[in-house]
Design a protein around this ligand. Structure first.
Ligand code: ADP
Length: 181
């Protein structure tokens, strides 16, 4: 499913984020940037050890929740990996919505700063961090759309959200339909 916002394109697809051929792949990292399972494990496995070497060297203090840092992408078919730290779901009243939106926005700002034309996101926080998929979809797509509306100028950005399974894809597609209605 695709939606155009001025110059910018938002696409939802089902698949494996590590196989995306884009300028930047977003990783669902933890705040220690210590490596983990899920998306993070898959990205480090396919990207190779240079990703962890660079995060250790340049970001020994890790990265706060709601923020993101950029490294080179090693063996991945991308130039950059943006290591984004989404919130752990604690019931929704501890700032999680703002933190999740901030994690998306920071990655989009990094994409701009690094001259990216295309960036792929996983559904941040919806795995080990327990964020309910429907709510995560709302906050993710709201943040992306808001970024597009706030930066209508060129260069055009192609944002692809890569959902791992059919349920996640359906949740994001439902929300995108309501945003377009
Ligand atoms: P978090 O710790 O932020 O919750 P996870 O990596 O545990 O991050 O999960 C985030 C989402 O990414 C989950 O919906 C999970 O199903 C999905 N996911 C796991 N592996 C991949 C992959 N290779 N490509 C795309 N999405 C993935």
């Amino acid at each position: 499913m695709k939606a155009q916002f001025g110059l910018h394109l938002l696409e939802l697809t089902q698949g494996d984020i590590t196989l995306q051929e884009v300028d930047a792949i977003v990783n669902a990292a933890n705040s220690a940037l210590a490596g983990g399972g899920g998306v993070d494990g898959a990205i480090h496995r396919r990207g190779g050890p240079s990703l962890m070497e660079e995060t250790r060297r340049r970001f020994p203090m890790g990265c706060p929740t709601g923020d993101a840092v950029a490294t080179a992408a090693g063996k991945l078919a991308a130039k950059w990996v943006f290591h984004a730290v989404g919130p752990v779901w604690l019931g929704g009243h501890r700032g999680e919505p703002d933190q999740l939106q901030s994690a998306y926005r920071r990655c989009l700002e990094l994409a701009r700063q690094h001259g990216c034309h295309s960036v792929s996101f996983p559904a941040l926080s919806t795995g080990a961090y327990g964020y309910p998929m429907d709510l995560a979809a709302e906050h993710a797509l709201h943040a992306i759309r808001q970024f597009f509306l706030d930066s209508p100028e060129a260069p055009a950005l192609h944002v692809r959200v890569v959902l791992f399974d059919a349920g996640a894809y359906a949740a994001f597609a439902r929300v995108l339909e309501t945003l377009l209605a």
